[in-house]
Design a protein around this ligand. Structure first.
Ligand SMILES: [Zn+2]
Length: 515
Protein backbone atom coordinates (compact mmCIF):
# COMPACT_ATOMS: atom_id res chain seq x y z
CA UNK A 1 0.00 0.00 0.00
CA UNK A 2 1.10 3.55 -0.69
CA UNK A 3 0.93 4.65 2.95
CA UNK A 4 3.34 1.92 4.10
CA UNK A 5 5.88 2.80 1.42
CA UNK A 6 5.71 6.47 2.19
CA UNK A 7 6.20 5.88 5.91
CA UNK A 8 9.55 4.21 5.30
CA UNK A 9 10.82 7.34 3.56
CA UNK A 10 11.68 10.58 5.25
CA UNK A 11 11.23 14.11 3.99
CA UNK A 12 8.53 15.64 1.79
CA UNK A 13 10.66 15.49 -1.36
CA UNK A 14 10.77 11.69 -1.26
CA UNK A 15 7.05 11.51 -0.51
CA UNK A 16 6.20 13.71 -3.50
CA UNK A 17 8.42 11.61 -5.74
CA UNK A 18 6.68 8.38 -4.70
CA UNK A 19 3.22 9.88 -5.25
CA UNK A 20 4.29 11.11 -8.68
CA UNK A 21 5.76 7.74 -9.62
CA UNK A 22 2.60 5.92 -8.50
CA UNK A 23 0.44 8.27 -10.53
CA UNK A 24 2.50 7.54 -13.64
CA UNK A 25 2.25 3.78 -13.04
CA UNK A 26 -1.48 3.85 -12.31
CA UNK A 27 -2.44 6.24 -15.09
CA UNK A 28 -0.37 4.15 -17.49
CA UNK A 29 -2.25 1.06 -16.33
CA UNK A 30 0.94 -0.66 -15.12
CA UNK A 31 -0.39 -1.41 -11.62
CA UNK A 32 -3.97 -2.01 -10.54
CA UNK A 33 -5.74 0.83 -8.75
CA UNK A 34 -6.72 -1.30 -5.75
CA UNK A 35 -3.10 -0.93 -4.62
CA UNK A 36 -3.38 2.79 -4.10
CA UNK A 37 -5.70 4.88 -2.06
CA UNK A 38 -7.13 7.37 -4.54
CA UNK A 39 -10.40 7.88 -6.33
CA UNK A 40 -9.30 6.95 -9.86
CA UNK A 41 -12.25 5.37 -11.69
CA UNK A 42 -11.66 1.80 -12.77
CA UNK A 43 -13.87 -0.42 -14.86
CA UNK A 44 -14.17 -3.95 -16.16
CA UNK A 45 -16.54 -5.40 -18.75
CA UNK A 46 -17.72 -8.79 -19.93
CA UNK A 47 -20.44 -10.29 -22.09
CA UNK A 48 -21.99 -13.76 -21.88
CA UNK A 49 -24.34 -15.49 -24.33
CA UNK A 50 -27.78 -16.18 -22.83
CA UNK A 51 -29.59 -17.47 -25.93
CA UNK A 52 -32.00 -20.35 -25.34
CA UNK A 53 -30.86 -22.63 -28.17
CA UNK A 54 -33.64 -25.14 -27.40
CA UNK A 55 -36.38 -22.59 -28.18
CA UNK A 56 -36.44 -22.98 -31.97
CA UNK A 57 -34.43 -21.24 -34.69
CA UNK A 58 -31.88 -18.63 -33.62
CA UNK A 59 -31.62 -15.51 -35.76
CA UNK A 60 -29.25 -13.62 -33.48
CA UNK A 61 -27.65 -14.23 -30.09
CA UNK A 62 -28.96 -12.75 -26.85
CA UNK A 63 -26.43 -11.46 -24.32
CA UNK A 64 -26.02 -10.31 -20.79
CA UNK A 65 -23.39 -7.58 -20.56
CA UNK A 66 -21.81 -6.43 -17.31
CA UNK A 67 -19.88 -3.28 -16.48
CA UNK A 68 -18.24 -3.02 -13.09
CA UNK A 69 -17.20 0.43 -11.89
CA UNK A 70 -15.09 1.33 -8.90
CA UNK A 71 -13.64 4.49 -7.45
CA UNK A 72 -12.35 4.57 -3.88
CA UNK A 73 -15.01 3.13 -1.60
CA UNK A 74 -17.75 3.07 -4.23
CA UNK A 75 -18.46 0.13 -6.52
CA UNK A 76 -21.41 -0.26 -8.86
CA UNK A 77 -22.46 -2.76 -11.48
CA UNK A 78 -24.45 -2.02 -14.63
CA UNK A 79 -25.93 -5.14 -16.18
CA UNK A 80 -27.94 -5.14 -19.40
CA UNK A 81 -29.97 -8.18 -20.42
CA UNK A 82 -31.49 -8.97 -23.82
CA UNK A 83 -34.84 -9.94 -22.31
CA UNK A 84 -38.34 -8.54 -22.04
CA UNK A 85 -38.30 -7.71 -18.33
CA UNK A 86 -36.59 -8.29 -14.98
CA UNK A 87 -39.22 -10.69 -13.64
CA UNK A 88 -43.03 -10.80 -13.85
CA UNK A 89 -43.39 -11.39 -17.62
CA UNK A 90 -41.27 -13.36 -20.09
CA UNK A 91 -38.53 -15.86 -19.30
CA UNK A 92 -36.76 -14.22 -16.36
CA UNK A 93 -38.20 -15.31 -13.03
CA UNK A 94 -39.09 -13.09 -10.08
CA UNK A 95 -36.16 -14.65 -8.15
CA UNK A 96 -33.61 -13.49 -10.70
CA UNK A 97 -32.84 -10.00 -9.33
CA UNK A 98 -32.40 -11.20 -5.74
CA UNK A 99 -30.44 -14.26 -6.79
CA UNK A 100 -27.95 -12.31 -8.95
CA UNK A 101 -27.55 -9.60 -6.34
CA UNK A 102 -26.86 -12.02 -3.50
CA UNK A 103 -24.23 -13.89 -5.55
CA UNK A 104 -22.58 -10.53 -6.30
CA UNK A 105 -22.75 -9.51 -2.65
CA UNK A 106 -21.44 -12.83 -1.33
CA UNK A 107 -18.59 -13.27 -3.77
CA UNK A 108 -17.64 -9.72 -4.71
CA UNK A 109 -18.82 -7.79 -1.62
CA UNK A 110 -20.85 -5.30 -3.68
CA UNK A 111 -24.00 -3.87 -2.07
CA UNK A 112 -27.23 -5.13 -3.73
CA UNK A 113 -28.49 -1.55 -4.04
CA UNK A 114 -25.51 -0.67 -6.23
CA UNK A 115 -26.40 -3.28 -8.83
CA UNK A 116 -28.44 -1.98 -11.77
CA UNK A 117 -30.04 -4.54 -14.08
CA UNK A 118 -31.84 -3.23 -17.16
CA UNK A 119 -33.84 -5.34 -19.61
CA UNK A 120 -33.68 -4.21 -23.25
CA UNK A 121 -37.36 -5.29 -23.52
CA UNK A 122 -36.67 -7.34 -26.66
CA UNK A 123 -39.00 -10.32 -26.80
CA UNK A 124 -36.28 -12.97 -27.29
CA UNK A 125 -36.08 -16.23 -25.31
CA UNK A 126 -33.25 -16.47 -22.75
CA UNK A 127 -31.77 -19.68 -21.32
CA UNK A 128 -33.07 -21.09 -18.04
CA UNK A 129 -29.79 -20.51 -16.14
CA UNK A 130 -29.70 -16.82 -17.02
CA UNK A 131 -29.01 -15.86 -13.38
CA UNK A 132 -25.88 -18.04 -13.25
CA UNK A 133 -24.66 -16.60 -16.57
CA UNK A 134 -25.38 -13.06 -15.38
CA UNK A 135 -23.17 -13.58 -12.36
CA UNK A 136 -20.55 -15.14 -14.62
CA UNK A 137 -20.46 -11.90 -16.67
CA UNK A 138 -20.10 -9.78 -13.52
CA UNK A 139 -17.35 -12.06 -12.19
CA UNK A 140 -15.43 -11.88 -15.49
CA UNK A 141 -15.79 -8.09 -15.47
CA UNK A 142 -14.36 -7.98 -11.95
CA UNK A 143 -11.26 -9.85 -13.11
CA UNK A 144 -10.28 -7.38 -15.82
CA UNK A 145 -10.60 -3.99 -14.11
CA UNK A 146 -8.50 -1.19 -15.60
CA UNK A 147 -8.21 2.55 -14.93
CA UNK A 148 -10.49 4.52 -17.25
CA UNK A 149 -11.29 8.01 -18.49
CA UNK A 150 -14.93 8.92 -18.94
CA UNK A 151 -16.88 11.04 -21.38
CA UNK A 152 -20.56 11.63 -22.04
CA UNK A 153 -22.76 13.19 -24.69
CA UNK A 154 -25.94 13.00 -26.72
CA UNK A 155 -26.62 11.35 -30.06
CA UNK A 156 -29.67 11.84 -32.28
CA UNK A 157 -31.98 9.35 -33.97
CA UNK A 158 -35.55 10.04 -35.07
CA UNK A 159 -36.05 7.77 -38.10
CA UNK A 160 -36.70 4.42 -36.44
CA UNK A 161 -39.52 4.98 -33.96
CA UNK A 162 -42.94 6.54 -33.50
CA UNK A 163 -45.29 7.18 -30.63
CA UNK A 164 -47.87 4.40 -30.72
CA UNK A 165 -50.70 6.29 -29.04
CA UNK A 166 -53.08 8.11 -31.32
CA UNK A 167 -55.11 11.10 -30.17
CA UNK A 168 -58.67 10.72 -31.43
CA UNK A 169 -61.18 13.38 -32.42
CA UNK A 170 -63.54 12.21 -29.64
CA UNK A 171 -60.91 13.01 -26.97
CA UNK A 172 -59.93 9.38 -26.35
CA UNK A 173 -56.65 7.72 -27.29
CA UNK A 174 -56.00 4.49 -29.20
CA UNK A 175 -52.79 2.54 -29.69
CA UNK A 176 -50.94 0.76 -32.49
CA UNK A 177 -50.74 -2.95 -31.61
CA UNK A 178 -50.78 -6.31 -33.31
CA UNK A 179 -53.29 -7.52 -30.71
CA UNK A 180 -56.13 -5.69 -32.44
CA UNK A 181 -57.17 -3.51 -35.37
CA UNK A 182 -56.32 0.17 -35.58
CA UNK A 183 -59.09 2.75 -35.38
CA UNK A 184 -60.31 4.09 -38.77
CA UNK A 185 -58.06 6.87 -40.17
CA UNK A 186 -60.83 9.46 -40.08
CA UNK A 187 -61.05 9.19 -36.26
CA UNK A 188 -57.38 10.12 -35.73
CA UNK A 189 -56.56 13.71 -34.79
CA UNK A 190 -52.88 13.54 -33.81
CA UNK A 191 -49.93 11.58 -32.46
CA UNK A 192 -47.83 11.68 -29.29
CA UNK A 193 -44.16 12.67 -28.82
CA UNK A 194 -40.90 10.72 -29.23
CA UNK A 195 -37.48 11.31 -27.66
CA UNK A 196 -34.74 11.36 -30.32
CA UNK A 197 -31.87 11.61 -27.81
CA UNK A 198 -29.33 8.82 -27.44
CA UNK A 199 -27.74 9.28 -24.01
CA UNK A 200 -24.15 8.07 -24.20
CA UNK A 201 -21.25 7.56 -21.89
CA UNK A 202 -17.96 6.07 -22.91
CA UNK A 203 -15.17 4.58 -20.86
CA UNK A 204 -11.72 4.64 -22.42
CA UNK A 205 -8.64 2.81 -21.24
CA UNK A 206 -5.76 5.12 -20.40
CA UNK A 207 -4.16 4.30 -23.78
CA UNK A 208 -7.26 5.71 -25.50
CA UNK A 209 -8.88 2.42 -26.59
CA UNK A 210 -12.60 2.30 -25.78
CA UNK A 211 -13.49 -0.22 -23.09
CA UNK A 212 -17.24 0.27 -22.99
CA UNK A 213 -20.04 2.35 -24.42
CA UNK A 214 -23.27 2.68 -22.47
CA UNK A 215 -26.14 4.11 -24.49
CA UNK A 216 -29.74 4.90 -23.59
CA UNK A 217 -32.62 5.26 -26.03
CA UNK A 218 -36.40 4.81 -25.97
CA UNK A 219 -37.87 2.25 -28.37
CA UNK A 220 -39.78 -1.03 -28.05
CA UNK A 221 -37.39 -3.59 -29.65
CA UNK A 222 -40.26 -5.70 -30.96
CA UNK A 223 -39.90 -5.50 -34.72
CA UNK A 224 -38.84 -9.13 -35.16
CA UNK A 225 -36.83 -10.66 -37.98
CA UNK A 226 -37.91 -12.19 -41.32
CA UNK A 227 -39.07 -15.74 -40.71
CA UNK A 228 -39.24 -15.28 -36.94
CA UNK A 229 -36.44 -16.80 -34.89
CA UNK A 230 -34.91 -15.83 -31.58
CA UNK A 231 -33.42 -12.34 -31.69
CA UNK A 232 -32.23 -9.50 -29.48
CA UNK A 233 -34.08 -7.32 -32.02
CA UNK A 234 -33.35 -3.66 -32.83
CA UNK A 235 -31.16 -2.93 -29.83
CA UNK A 236 -29.24 -6.20 -30.22
CA UNK A 237 -28.33 -5.23 -33.79
CA UNK A 238 -27.42 -1.71 -32.61
CA UNK A 239 -25.04 -3.02 -29.93
CA UNK A 240 -23.47 -5.38 -32.46
CA UNK A 241 -22.82 -2.51 -34.90
CA UNK A 242 -21.15 -0.47 -32.14
CA UNK A 243 -19.02 -3.39 -30.93
CA UNK A 244 -18.01 -4.39 -34.49
CA UNK A 245 -16.83 -0.87 -35.27
CA UNK A 246 -14.89 -0.06 -32.11
CA UNK A 247 -11.71 -1.78 -30.97
CA UNK A 248 -11.25 -5.39 -29.99
CA UNK A 249 -13.06 -6.20 -26.76
CA UNK A 250 -15.18 -3.05 -26.63
CA UNK A 251 -18.60 -3.78 -25.16
CA UNK A 252 -21.75 -1.78 -25.89
CA UNK A 253 -24.38 -1.86 -23.16
CA UNK A 254 -27.87 -0.73 -24.15
CA UNK A 255 -30.05 0.78 -21.42
CA UNK A 256 -33.70 0.84 -22.44
CA UNK A 257 -35.27 4.25 -21.81
CA UNK A 258 -38.85 5.50 -21.46
CA UNK A 259 -40.23 3.35 -24.27
CA UNK A 260 -43.68 2.63 -22.82
CA UNK A 261 -45.51 4.22 -25.76
CA UNK A 262 -42.75 4.05 -28.40
CA UNK A 263 -43.01 1.54 -31.26
CA UNK A 264 -40.65 0.80 -34.12
CA UNK A 265 -41.73 2.56 -37.35
CA UNK A 266 -43.86 0.58 -39.82
CA UNK A 267 -44.92 -1.69 -36.98
CA UNK A 268 -48.18 -2.72 -38.65
CA UNK A 269 -46.79 -3.09 -42.19
CA UNK A 270 -48.33 -6.11 -43.92
CA UNK A 271 -46.37 -5.78 -47.17
CA UNK A 272 -42.80 -6.48 -46.03
CA UNK A 273 -41.34 -9.08 -43.68
CA UNK A 274 -40.70 -7.52 -40.27
CA UNK A 275 -37.00 -6.70 -40.00
CA UNK A 276 -35.30 -5.21 -36.95
CA UNK A 277 -31.83 -5.17 -38.52
CA UNK A 278 -31.97 -1.95 -40.60
CA UNK A 279 -33.53 -0.09 -37.65
CA UNK A 280 -30.87 -1.41 -35.26
CA UNK A 281 -28.11 -0.51 -37.73
CA UNK A 282 -29.41 3.06 -37.86
CA UNK A 283 -29.43 3.33 -34.07
CA UNK A 284 -25.92 1.84 -33.86
CA UNK A 285 -24.52 4.15 -36.54
CA UNK A 286 -26.11 7.23 -34.95
CA UNK A 287 -24.50 6.25 -31.65
CA UNK A 288 -21.10 5.79 -33.34
CA UNK A 289 -21.44 9.19 -35.04
CA UNK A 290 -22.12 10.84 -31.66
CA UNK A 291 -19.23 8.95 -30.03
CA UNK A 292 -16.77 10.68 -32.37
CA UNK A 293 -17.71 14.00 -30.76
CA UNK A 294 -17.32 12.75 -27.17
CA UNK A 295 -13.90 13.13 -25.54
CA UNK A 296 -13.00 11.18 -22.44
CA UNK A 297 -11.03 12.56 -19.53
CA UNK A 298 -10.16 11.76 -15.94
CA UNK A 299 -13.29 12.46 -13.92
CA UNK A 300 -13.72 11.09 -10.42
CA UNK A 301 -17.38 12.02 -9.92
CA UNK A 302 -19.11 8.74 -9.18
CA UNK A 303 -22.19 8.33 -7.01
CA UNK A 304 -24.98 5.79 -6.51
CA UNK A 305 -28.24 6.40 -4.64
CA UNK A 306 -30.85 3.70 -4.15
CA UNK A 307 -34.30 4.38 -2.70
CA UNK A 308 -37.59 2.52 -2.47
CA UNK A 309 -40.85 4.47 -2.60
CA UNK A 310 -44.50 3.45 -2.45
CA UNK A 311 -46.74 4.47 -5.34
CA UNK A 312 -50.56 4.41 -5.27
CA UNK A 313 -52.26 1.47 -7.00
CA UNK A 314 -55.19 1.94 -9.33
CA UNK A 315 -58.66 0.72 -8.40
CA UNK A 316 -60.43 0.27 -11.73
CA UNK A 317 -63.59 -1.50 -10.50
CA UNK A 318 -65.84 1.31 -11.79
CA UNK A 319 -63.98 1.55 -15.06
CA UNK A 320 -64.43 -2.19 -15.64
CA UNK A 321 -68.19 -1.87 -15.14
CA UNK A 322 -68.32 1.00 -17.62
CA UNK A 323 -66.40 -0.99 -20.24
CA UNK A 324 -68.58 -4.05 -19.68
CA UNK A 325 -71.69 -1.95 -20.26
CA UNK A 326 -70.08 -0.57 -23.40
CA UNK A 327 -69.38 -4.11 -24.63
CA UNK A 328 -73.10 -4.87 -24.26
CA UNK A 329 -74.06 -1.72 -26.15
CA UNK A 330 -71.64 -2.52 -28.96
CA UNK A 331 -72.97 -6.07 -29.29
CA UNK A 332 -76.53 -4.81 -29.50
CA UNK A 333 -75.59 -2.26 -32.15
CA UNK A 334 -74.60 -4.99 -34.64
CA UNK A 335 -77.29 -5.10 -37.37
CA UNK A 336 -77.88 -7.99 -39.79
CA UNK A 337 -77.43 -7.46 -43.51
CA UNK A 338 -78.03 -9.67 -46.52
CA UNK A 339 -74.27 -9.80 -47.18
CA UNK A 340 -71.56 -12.11 -45.94
CA UNK A 341 -67.79 -11.83 -46.47
CA UNK A 342 -68.00 -13.73 -49.79
CA UNK A 343 -70.55 -11.37 -51.34
CA UNK A 344 -69.29 -8.21 -49.63
CA UNK A 345 -65.70 -8.24 -50.99
CA UNK A 346 -66.54 -8.44 -54.76
CA UNK A 347 -69.17 -5.72 -54.29
CA UNK A 348 -66.61 -3.40 -52.66
CA UNK A 349 -64.29 -3.90 -55.65
CA UNK A 350 -67.05 -3.30 -58.23
CA UNK A 351 -68.48 -0.21 -56.53
CA UNK A 352 -65.00 1.32 -56.23
CA UNK A 353 -63.99 0.61 -59.85
CA UNK A 354 -67.13 2.09 -61.40
CA UNK A 355 -69.17 4.18 -59.02
CA UNK A 356 -71.65 5.24 -61.77
CA UNK A 357 -72.26 1.81 -63.36
CA UNK A 358 -71.13 -0.77 -60.82
CA UNK A 359 -73.51 -3.66 -61.54
CA UNK A 360 -73.14 -4.06 -65.31
CA UNK A 361 -71.89 -2.17 -68.42
CA UNK A 362 -73.03 1.45 -68.91
CA UNK A 363 -75.24 0.60 -71.92
CA UNK A 364 -77.52 -1.57 -69.75
CA UNK A 365 -78.12 1.43 -67.45
CA UNK A 366 -78.88 3.59 -70.54
CA UNK A 367 -81.30 1.06 -72.05
CA UNK A 368 -82.97 0.62 -68.67
CA UNK A 369 -83.49 4.38 -68.41
CA UNK A 370 -84.80 4.53 -72.05
CA UNK A 371 -87.46 2.00 -71.12
CA UNK A 372 -88.46 4.11 -68.10
CA UNK A 373 -87.01 1.47 -65.71
CA UNK A 374 -84.90 2.00 -62.56
CA UNK A 375 -84.16 -1.63 -61.54
CA UNK A 376 -80.36 -1.25 -61.72
CA UNK A 377 -80.41 2.00 -59.73
CA UNK A 378 -82.56 0.36 -57.03
CA UNK A 379 -80.21 -2.63 -56.91
CA UNK A 380 -77.22 -0.32 -56.53
CA UNK A 381 -78.76 1.66 -53.69
CA UNK A 382 -79.72 -1.55 -51.85
CA UNK A 383 -76.18 -2.95 -52.27
CA UNK A 384 -74.68 0.34 -51.09
CA UNK A 385 -76.91 0.35 -47.99
CA UNK A 386 -75.93 -3.25 -47.19
CA UNK A 387 -72.23 -2.60 -47.73
CA UNK A 388 -72.30 0.46 -45.49
CA UNK A 389 -74.00 -1.54 -42.71
CA UNK A 390 -71.55 -4.40 -43.18
CA UNK A 391 -68.60 -1.98 -42.84
CA UNK A 392 -70.19 -0.50 -39.74
CA UNK A 393 -70.47 -4.00 -38.27
CA UNK A 394 -66.78 -4.57 -38.99
CA UNK A 395 -65.83 -1.37 -37.16
CA UNK A 396 -67.98 -2.45 -34.20
CA UNK A 397 -66.24 -5.84 -34.24
CA UNK A 398 -62.84 -4.10 -34.25
CA UNK A 399 -63.88 -1.93 -31.33
CA UNK A 400 -65.14 -5.01 -29.46
CA UNK A 401 -61.73 -6.72 -29.90
CA UNK A 402 -59.94 -3.61 -28.61
CA UNK A 403 -62.25 -3.32 -25.60
CA UNK A 404 -62.11 -7.03 -24.87
CA UNK A 405 -58.28 -7.17 -24.93
CA UNK A 406 -57.89 -4.15 -22.66
CA UNK A 407 -60.74 -5.28 -20.40
CA UNK A 408 -58.89 -8.58 -19.84
CA UNK A 409 -55.78 -6.60 -18.73
CA UNK A 410 -57.87 -4.46 -16.39
CA UNK A 411 -59.57 -7.50 -14.84
CA UNK A 412 -56.20 -9.21 -14.30
CA UNK A 413 -54.70 -6.21 -12.48
CA UNK A 414 -57.92 -5.60 -10.52
CA UNK A 415 -57.74 -9.19 -9.23
CA UNK A 416 -54.12 -8.49 -8.26
CA UNK A 417 -55.16 -5.36 -6.37
CA UNK A 418 -57.76 -7.30 -4.40
CA UNK A 419 -55.39 -10.22 -3.69
CA UNK A 420 -52.63 -7.86 -2.56
CA UNK A 421 -54.94 -5.67 -0.49
CA UNK A 422 -52.24 -3.06 0.14
CA UNK A 423 -53.27 -0.25 -2.19
CA UNK A 424 -49.69 0.77 -2.88
CA UNK A 425 -46.80 -0.71 -4.75
CA UNK A 426 -43.13 -0.45 -3.76
CA UNK A 427 -40.70 0.53 -6.49
CA UNK A 428 -36.93 0.66 -6.35
CA UNK A 429 -35.34 3.77 -7.83
CA UNK A 430 -31.67 4.12 -8.54
CA UNK A 431 -29.74 7.31 -9.26
CA UNK A 432 -26.27 7.11 -10.73
CA UNK A 433 -23.66 9.70 -11.63
CA UNK A 434 -20.53 8.80 -13.58
CA UNK A 435 -18.63 11.92 -14.56
CA UNK A 436 -21.09 14.13 -16.40
CA UNK A 437 -23.53 11.29 -17.08
CA UNK A 438 -26.56 11.19 -14.75
CA UNK A 439 -28.99 8.28 -14.88
CA UNK A 440 -32.27 7.58 -13.09
CA UNK A 441 -34.13 4.28 -13.21
CA UNK A 442 -37.64 2.91 -12.84
CA UNK A 443 -38.87 -0.72 -12.72
CA UNK A 444 -41.53 -0.42 -15.43
CA UNK A 445 -42.48 0.90 -18.85
CA UNK A 446 -42.45 4.68 -18.48
CA UNK A 447 -44.18 6.69 -21.17
CA UNK A 448 -41.78 8.83 -23.17
CA UNK A 449 -43.30 12.07 -21.83
CA UNK A 450 -42.13 11.17 -18.31
CA UNK A 451 -38.54 10.88 -19.55
CA UNK A 452 -38.85 14.22 -21.38
CA UNK A 453 -40.24 15.84 -18.20
CA UNK A 454 -37.35 14.54 -16.07
CA UNK A 455 -34.77 15.72 -18.61
CA UNK A 456 -36.46 19.15 -18.61
CA UNK A 457 -36.53 19.52 -14.84
CA UNK A 458 -32.99 18.22 -14.26
CA UNK A 459 -30.30 20.65 -13.10
CA UNK A 460 -27.76 18.47 -14.99
CA UNK A 461 -27.19 18.73 -18.76
CA UNK A 462 -26.72 15.04 -19.39
CA UNK A 463 -29.63 13.40 -17.57
CA UNK A 464 -31.16 10.17 -18.85
CA UNK A 465 -33.83 7.78 -17.65
CA UNK A 466 -33.86 3.99 -17.91
CA UNK A 467 -37.15 2.15 -17.41
CA UNK A 468 -37.29 -1.66 -17.26
CA UNK A 469 -34.69 -1.62 -14.44
CA UNK A 470 -34.45 -3.64 -11.21
CA UNK A 471 -37.92 -5.18 -11.43
CA UNK A 472 -41.06 -4.86 -13.52
CA UNK A 473 -44.41 -3.29 -12.62
CA UNK A 474 -45.90 -3.09 -16.13
CA UNK A 475 -46.69 0.23 -17.85
CA UNK A 476 -46.31 3.61 -16.17
CA UNK A 477 -48.27 6.10 -18.30
CA UNK A 478 -48.81 9.78 -17.56
CA UNK A 479 -51.74 10.93 -15.41
CA UNK A 480 -53.29 12.34 -18.58
CA UNK A 481 -52.94 9.02 -20.41
CA UNK A 482 -54.61 7.37 -17.40
CA UNK A 483 -57.80 9.31 -18.14
CA UNK A 484 -58.09 6.89 -21.05
CA UNK A 485 -58.10 3.63 -19.01
CA UNK A 486 -59.45 0.69 -21.02
CA UNK A 487 -58.82 2.22 -24.45
CA UNK A 488 -55.11 1.44 -24.94
CA UNK A 489 -52.54 -1.04 -23.67
CA UNK A 490 -50.41 1.36 -21.60
CA UNK A 491 -53.36 2.64 -19.57
CA UNK A 492 -54.90 -0.84 -19.14
CA UNK A 493 -51.79 -2.98 -18.51
CA UNK A 494 -50.96 -0.76 -15.56
CA UNK A 495 -51.00 -1.02 -11.76
CA UNK A 496 -50.71 2.68 -11.01
CA UNK A 497 -53.26 5.34 -10.06
CA UNK A 498 -52.88 8.70 -11.87
CA UNK A 499 -51.41 10.37 -8.76
CA UNK A 500 -48.27 8.26 -9.16
CA UNK A 501 -46.73 10.57 -11.78
CA UNK A 502 -46.47 13.65 -9.54
CA UNK A 503 -45.05 11.60 -6.66
CA UNK A 504 -42.47 9.96 -8.90
CA UNK A 505 -41.39 13.14 -10.69
CA UNK A 506 -40.98 15.01 -7.40
CA UNK A 507 -38.93 12.13 -6.02
CA UNK A 508 -36.78 12.18 -9.16
CA UNK A 509 -36.12 15.91 -8.75
CA UNK A 510 -34.95 15.20 -5.19
CA UNK A 511 -32.63 12.45 -6.42
CA UNK A 512 -31.25 14.67 -9.17
CA UNK A 513 -30.37 17.36 -6.64
CA UNK A 514 -28.45 14.79 -4.58
CA UNK A 515 -26.52 13.57 -7.62
ZN1 LIG B 1 -43.74 -3.06 -23.56
Amino acid sequence: MMDTNVKTMSGSYNRMFIVLLLNVLVVGGFIPMSHVNAAQLRAGVAKVDITDTTAGPVNGRLYVRALLLNAGETTAVIITVDAVAIGEIGHISNNYLGSVRSQIENELQIKPGNVLINASHCHGVVCSDVDRRTFQAVKEASLNMVPVNVGAGIGYEDRIMENRRLKLKNGQEADVRHAYSLVPDEEVAGVGPVDPEIGIFRLDRKDGRTLAVVYNFAIHPIQGVPGGGNTADITGFASQVIEDNLGEGTIALFLQGCAGDINPVWYKDVNHPRDAEPLGNMLGLSTLRALREIDSKRDVRFKVINEVIALPRADNAQRILTLEAEQERLLESLIGTSLNLKTFIPLVVKYNISSEYPSYYSHAYMHDKGRGGDGLEKLDSENRRNMSQYIQNIHIMEQLTRNQTNLALLRKHQAGLIADGKGTIDVELLGLRIGEFVLLTFPGELSVQIGLNIKNMSPHDLTFVAGYTNGYIYYAPTAEQLRNVGRAQEDSDCLLAPEWQKIYEEKMLGLLRKL
